[in-house]
Write a protein that binds this ligand. Structure first.
Ligand code: ADP
Ligand code: MG
Length: 617
């Protein structure tokens, strides 16, 4: 590592100023980032009392030369940049040279360090910025920092700390992020003598995700890998089944640095459009790599924000990367009939690994909450193609054709063909309806169960969304015109968004003082009550917007598609179901209804054979 030196005043002036030590987690952040910058491959973080009483960080990195130690604790002393120009290309996590000086000012610090050239190591003690001792000792290569009694000399600041449990939580969240961004480093985190995190450091991001978030999440990941305009986006996007109620599980790193950024968050969330439920946020761990001249890390004292010069390209790269990860992926969750009743220890039949695994998947799928109220069928007109009369049709025979050719001419084995694909379609054997709600289809070595309501709802919703997006909605005259009375607010909102309403196909005319009449409404919106839709759209326009934004409309449409879709507990004919399957398969994401519930689940022949004890294992 290069020599530590104090930066010149010009460089200091250009560095984002601000407090770096607010709480134990900020100390851990600074010290662990130093360990990473020192090319460590293993870092252990131990805290007691939430880190307020005790923090110890041990690394196996380069160490600090004996004659550099005092300098390291000076303000603006760093070995990582030399001048202001270096700020544009800096790749190290640190560069401000302020952490050690700030930490030793508010706590009791002990440093033990040795470089690989040094014959012995050094133990240096500094408390409240005052050097206590500096002595040579024998120790392994690398660096250990011990920080005790945070804010012991500034009790006023200590009062701002939260309970030790909360502080420990902040530290843990930080270590998680650092472990995610560095799968090649082994991290250990111990809090009050309990092992909390332990990663292998074998370079596998998936392994780190498994260690931190557990098996259910690790089993539901889609790989992401995309490059566009010099921006590479890789990592993993969670399947919608593991989506969360807030943004806490949206992890992204730019050149190895964790941050929060609206452009990236929007790209990520937009990449899930059509896959995620409304008000659900994805689980993701995305690594973004780009030329460091395209952003500025020097805008926030803790470097939690960055300013990007290529915002639009960044948005597009992230959005496309995430969107592409869904393409051609079978997102059908497989289910089993549940585990056998507990056997005695001697029992020869025991449930094997994959069995247990699948069981968790179904629990997960069934945990997805149902929308609170499903409107009753009586008020809703059914679309024409879905009569509820009973027409029993012969079951389509299974077709014993051999493997399909992929477009590239490569042989694709049958089990690789997604259930909902053109290639698979002729081999679907539609068995019939059960409980007047679900359809059973046999395909290859699996049974598929289709929820007729969820499937129909999805088909209708996508049609509506498409016609809105492609602006293929036409006006349809209303005779006689419907008169609406607007209050001031409604009138203003309407006038503000008039253009957008007209683009949708609405034609309105002023009709006296505070009344308006609807002359024409968008055609093609599947018998939705046009007046209701208009009022709903108007109600959902927020102050300050210039048009009913598409997402408000699609949200409303999701609710309406749900109303208009064929219900459960309703007989469908074979033909109707067959056509519904055709329509589903044409969709980009047929696997979830607009509320995010699955439309299809599956069960393997293997599962069945196990149930009947034809096979064991
Ligand atoms: P910065 O990280 O911004 O350079 P710090 O105050 O965090 O500033 O650290 C000052 C210097 O001390 C670093 O530039 C580095 O040379 C040295 N240093 C700190 N921690 C370690 C470590 N764990 N291993 C090796 N060198 C370290
Ligand atoms: Mg540092």
């Amino acid at each position: 590592m290069s020599e530590i030196h104090v930066l010149d005043q010009n460089t200091i002036n250009q560095i984002a100023a601000g407090e770096v030590v607010e709480r134990p987690a900020s100390i851990v952040k600074e010290l662990v980032e130093n360990a990473v910058d020192a090319r460590s491959t293993a870092v252990t973080i131990e805290i007691k009392g939430g880190g307020i009483d005790f923090i110890r960080i041990t690394d196996n990195g380069t160490g600090i030369e004996k004659d550099q130690i005092r300098k390291a604790f000076l303000r603006h002393a760093t070995s990582k940049i030399a001048s202001a120009e270096d700020l544009t290309t800096v790749r190290s996590l640190g560069f401000r040279g302020e952490a050690l000086s700030s930490i030793c000012a508010v706590a009791k610090v002990e440093l033990i360090t040795k470089t690989d050239e040094g014959i012995s190591g050094v133990r240096y003690i500094i408390e409240g910025s005052e050097e206590i001792s500096c002595e040579e000792i024998g120790c392994p290569e690398g660096t250990t920092f011990v920080v005790r009694n945070l804010f012991y000399n500034t009790p006023a600041r200590r009062k701002f700390l939260k309970s030790s449990m909360t502080e420990a939580g902040y530290v843990e969240a930080f270590v998680q992020r650092l472990a995610l961004s560095h799968p090649d480093i082994s991290f250990k985190f111990i809090s009050d003598n309990k092992n909390k995190i332990s990663t292998a450091g074998n370079g596998s991001l998936k392994d780190v995700i498994y260690h931190i978030f557990g098996r259910d999440i690790a089993m539901n990941l889609l790989p992401v890998d995309h490059e566009e305009a010099g921006i590479r986006v890789s990592g993993f996007a969670g399947k919608p089944v593991i989506s969360r109620g807030n943004r806490n599980y949206e992890n992204y790193f730019v050149n190895g640095r964790y941050l929060k950024n609206q452009i990236i968050a929007r790209g990520l969330e937009d990449g899930y459009k059509g896959h995620n439920m409304v008000h659900k946020f994805p689980f993701a761990v995305l690594m973004i790599e780009m030329d460091s001249r395209l952003f500025d890390v020097n805008v926030h004292p803790a470097k939690m924000e960055m300013r990007f010069k290529n915002g639009e390209e960044l948005y597009s790269a992230v959005m496309t990367a995430v969107k592409n990860s869904f393409i051609k992926k079978e997102l059908i969750s497989s289910v089993s009939l549940g585990r056998e009743r507990k056997k005695t220890a001697k029992s020869p039949v025991s449930a094997p690994e994959p069995f247990e695994k699948k069981r968790r998947e179904i629990t997960q799928a069934s945990m997805v909450k149902q929308p609170e109220t499903y409107p009753q069928a009586s008020t809703v007109k059914q679309p024409d193609t879905y009569h509820t009369d009973e027409r029993r049709e012969p079951v389509r025979p299974a077709d014993p054709e051999p493997a399909e050719k992929t477009p590239a001419g490569k042989q694709m084995s049958l089990s690789e063909i997604p259930f909902l694909s053109e290639a698979a379609r002729p081999r679907h054997r539609l068995i019939g309806q059960v409980f007047k709600t679900y359809w059973i289809v046999e395909f290859e070595d699996k049974l598929f169960f289709v929820d007729q309501h969820a499937a129909h709802e999805k088909v209708m919703y996508e049609k509506l969304r498409k016609s809105l997006e492609e602006k293929t909605i036409h006006s349809q005259l209303v005779a006689p015109p419907v008169v609406l009375h607007f209050n001031m607010k409604e009138k203003n909102r309407y006038l503000m968004c008039r253009d957008a309403f007209e683009a949708l196909g609405y034609q309105m005319e002023e009709f006296g003082e505070d009344a308006w009449c609807i002359r024409a409404v968008p055609d093609n919106l599947y018998d939705l009550d046009q007046q209701d839709l208009f009022v709903e759209l108007l109600d959902h326009i927020e102050e300050g917007t210039t048009g009913p934004d598409l997402s408000v409309i699609t949200d409303r449409l999701a609710a309406m598609a749900c109303k208009a879709a064929v219900k459960g507990n309703q007989t469908l004919s074979y033909k109707e179901m067959d056509s519904l399957l055709d329509q589903l398969l044409a969709l980009e994401n047929p696997y979830q209804c607009p509320h995010g519930r699955p439309t299809i689940i599956s069960m393997t022949k293997y599962e069945m054979e196990k149930k009947f004890k034809r096979i064991q294992g």
